[in-house]
Design a protein around this ligand. Structure first.
Ligand code: TRP
Length: 364
């Protein structure tokens, strides 16, 4: 069986370090392995509209931001197909048929939907489109016969829902759709990178993000103001690692070679943590170390972004070409789905011949 990747992001803002360690970085690595027959990366504007229906301009303006973030991280349009969800009408048709295979109570139990409803204060008036977005996400994934979805932990319930839809579809209509697997970050610290304020997640509305497109100065300011251990007042005080944002980031970003380069007095992260716990290691020093690591990681991304920003029409051309290629693939899958569902009347010569024969018999 072919190995195919499908993944994507909602264009509601620029992408940040949470996106980067949770999924983006991995996509580039997977792209470079050459192990995959196809890689589709989707800007999920239609999904973004499910809770931004009254703010289409926000979605429209952020398509280019997300595209630039992708390209600057190293997503290569020669190796990966970049496309815009709304341009693939076939996805709507697939969603419409999949809706018959999912119950309302199953959607209500989807943990991601549950938290998102709470976050958006939607409890009493959930838009139907938002409520059913896990079904549309199943369409996104299955339209491309994706075997693999590299994504963060928060997407696990979505993939599980997709797998259920695939199994139910194949059970009723015959083996047609491919059951995907989620590919989580290998480093568990990358699964849940907290906001710079120590809140569980980076979120634009909380203003606790470090964006991939932030300037060197912005990154520096963000790191300096990061939440650490509030009881670690003097350098000599013992400090806590648990819940300490700076260490959560080090867990996600620090590699052994960073010590040789920026902090040679420590052999590794465990020793650094041990010293912090004992007392005698100040926040400023640890933050400086983290900043050096982040700047090293972000500098080439920033530089590449600058280049792509020089030619915005070319970026749109990449998205247009990608959308055309994606649409071709989705149309092929939809053809299979219609055939399996027995709604391919005009291309089924047997159906027509059979019924013609029956009616001819009736006339005899
Ligand atoms: N739900 C994803 C997010 O919030 C975006 C998305 C839409 C997606 N369709 C997808 C991710 C299919 C993986 C596969 O960012």
């Amino acid at each position: 069986m072919k190995k195919i990747i499908l993944t994507g992001d909602r264009p509601t803002g620029r992408l940040h370090l949470g996106h980067y360690v949770g999924s983006l970085k991995r996509r580039v690595e997977l792209q470079e392995t050459g192990d995959y027959d196809k890689i589709y990366i989707m800007i999920a504007d239609a999904q973004a509209l499910t809770d931004n229906a009254d703010n289409p301009e926000k979605v429209r303006q952020n398509i280019i931001e997300v595209a630039l973030d992708y390209l600057s991280c190293g997503i290569d349009p020669a190796k990966s197909t970049l496309f815009i969800q709304s341009q693939i009408a076939e996805l709507c048709e697939l969603s419409f048929y999949y809706m018959n295979l999912v119950t309302v109570s199953r959607l209500q139990r989807n943990p991601t939907v549950k938290t998102e409803i709470k976050m958006r204060n939607f409890e009493a008036n959930i838009p139907v489109g938002f409520f059913t977005y896990p079904i549309s996400q199943a369409a996104d994934i299955t339209a491309f016969d994706a075997t693999t979805v590299p994504a963060g932990e928060d997407q696990e319930p979505m993939i599980e829902q997709t797998r259920e839809i695939v199994r139910r579809f194949n059970y009723i209509y015959g083996e047609t759709l491919v059951e995907p697997d989620i590919l989580l970050p290998t480093n568990s610290a990358c699964c849940r990178l907290p906001g710079t304020d120590g809140m569980a997640k980076m979120s634009k509305s909380l203003g606790n993000c470090i964006y991939l497109s932030d300037t060197e100065n912005e990154v520096s300011k963000r790191v300096k103001s990061m939440y650490t251990d509030p009881d670690h007042l003097r350098v000599s005080d013992p400090g806590k690692i648990e819940g300490n944002t700076v260490f959560a980031y080090l867990d996600a970003f620090c590699r052994p070679e960073h010590f040789a380069a920026y902090l040679p007095e420590y052999p590794n992260l465990d020793e650094l943590k041990a010293h912090y716990r004992r007392g005698g290691l100040g926040d400023v020093k640890v933050k400086k170390f983290l900043e050096a690591i982040l700047q090293e990681e972000l500098a080439p991304i920033r530089a590449r972004r600058k280049e792509f920003e020089q030619d915005i029409p070319a970026v749109y051309e990449i998205l247009k070409k990608g959308s055309e290629a994606a649409r071709e693939k989705a149309a092929e899958t939809l053809g299979r789905v219609r055939h399996a569902m027995r709604i391919d009347y005009f291309s089924d010569s047997e159906l027509i011949a059979e019924q013609a024969k029956n009616y001819a018999k009736g006339r005899e």
